[in-house]
Design a binder for this molecule. Structure first.
Ligand code: BTN
Length: 333
């Protein structure tokens, strides 16, 4: 099924900018149509388009238009970066099956490096190893980034870890609380998950064509927005801190931090990312269980190595390098 997204529109961005600069006062229709270089009818159409998207704009015959309220919805012009940024191609969907699936499709049709696919709600959100990512429309973040780094295949896990640091840093800046990173890329507060990252690769022999980094963050949802069986395992930033967050500002910071981490990775190398990742790693020296399809391992968590693999000290003292699996704290009696 073909789904239409909403793309960035410069005229809408400029129109909102002018209305906002009046700080709740009217701006005359004459001025708006002159500065936007459009007819009064075209202006009226744009105002109505914005009203349909949830903006409250008062219209007065002689005074013009006044912006009373903007919805906290990540339309591309709301999260469009102000300064130098790679995130210039943003597409928003009200409902989509999965932003990762859509990003894969767009990337295979040639969408550029730095494309951002974002949705209000996912009907088939996907998690790691074929799990479901419950994605209610409740003020959360569902976002997928298309990256086209010129790197060999074996370096791609480092992008996932760099993304994890970008999310952790944003959460810490916004909440003033330090989240925990759980390898490979879950984010936790008090051992409860509020964010996960699903990285998908498209490659040829040993070069990467594109990477999709899909990030889900339970931001403003309540536990009641999730099915009952999940409620004891997860949390949201709202539940963990008893505060609601401005989603658009959160996403802008997130995109900034992700870009900084990807730049650091490509320009300074993985050791820089690794150091940051370890600052948020909460399992160091803890006894953990790693479960993969093949085996279950028990040991003490050491951290990650220079390629991003997990290091575990087994009970016989040897060190095991783990490339995939789920790490969990050993439940203590
Ligand atoms: C995990 O923890 O298992 C990874 C979860 C990743 C969820 C995000 S939400 C946005 C993007 N679209 C998807 O379908 N999945 C990722």
């Amino acid at each position: 099924m073909k789904v239409e997204g909403i793309k960035f529109q410069r005229d809408i961005y400029l129109l909102l900018g002018r209305l906002r600069s009046a700080h709740g006062d009217f701006v005359s229709g004459e001025e708006l149509s002159r500065t936007q270089k459009i007819s009064r009818t075209a202006l009226w159409k744009k105002i109505n388009f914005l009203r349909e998207l949830g903006y409250r704009i008062e219209g007065h015959q002689s005074k013009g238009y006044k912006l009373d309220l903007s919805p906290d919805i990540p339309y591309p012009w709301e999260i469009y970066p102000e300064r130098d940024s790679i995130w210039k191609n943003i597409i928003y969907y009200k409902t989509i099956q999965s932003t990762n699936t859509q990003a894969n499709l767009l990337a295979s049709q040639g969408a550029p490096h730095g494309t951002v696919v974002i949705a209000e709600k996912q009907t088939g959100g996907r998690g790691r190893v074929g799990r479901i990512w419950d994605s209610p429309s409740a003020g959360n973040v569902y976002i997928s980034l298309i990256l086209r780094p010129d790197i060999p295949l074996y370096l791609s896990p480092q992008f996932t870890l760099a993304a994890g640091v970008g999310v952790a840093r944003t959460v810490e800046e916004v909440t003033r609380l330090k989240p925990e990173l759980k390898w490979p890329n879950d984010l936790l507060f008090d051992k409860k998950k509020f964010s996960g990252i699903l990285t998908e690769l498209n490659s040829e022999t040993d070069r990467v064509n594109f990477i999709i980094v899909g990030i889900g963050i339970n931001l403003n949802a309540d536990l009641e927005d999730y099915p009952e069986y999940l409620r004891s395992e997860i949390t949201t930033l709202k539940v963990a801190t008893s505060k609601e967050y401005n989603r658009n500002r959160f996403i802008q910071r997130l995109l900034d931090n992700l870009q900084s981490m990807f730049v650091a990775l490509t320009e300074k190398g993985f050791t820089h990312v690794k150091r940051k990742w370890e600052e948020y790693f909460g399992m160091k020296d803890e006894i953990v269980i790693i479960s993969s399809e093949r085996e279950k391992l028990r040991g003490r968590a050491i951290g990650i190595d220079n390629s991003g693999a997990f290091l575990l000290r087994l009970e016989n003292g040897s060190i095991r390098r783990v490339l995939s699996g789920d790490v969990n704290y050993l439940r203590r009696e």
